[in-house]
Design a protein around this ligand. Structure first.
Ligand SMILES: [Zn+2]
Length: 70
């Protein structure tokens, strides 16, 4: 299968190139670098609201605790 290197647009072949779809190891690593440096931005807006949903009860709010025996 023939393709073009997504990094430098050089033609590359899956049968002869171990770094396919990249033309070389250099371009493969470059692509990895792009990912890790967040050059590729996902077009989906992601709202990362990490609200603490399951926090422990407030010790001040122990009103229905009067049934407990000591
Ligand atoms: Zn390349």
């Amino acid at each position: 299968m023939k393709r073009r290197c997504p990094i430098c647009r050089k033609p590359t072949d899956s049968e002869t190139n171990a770094d396919f779809p990249f033309c070389s190891e250099r371009c493969r690593l470059l692509d990895l670098g792009n990912w890790s440096s967040e050059k590729y931005v996902i077009s989906n807006p992601v709202f990362d609201e990490s609200e603490e949903d399951s926090r422990p009860r407030d010790p001040d709010d122990s009103d229905d605790n009067k049934d407990a025996h000591g």
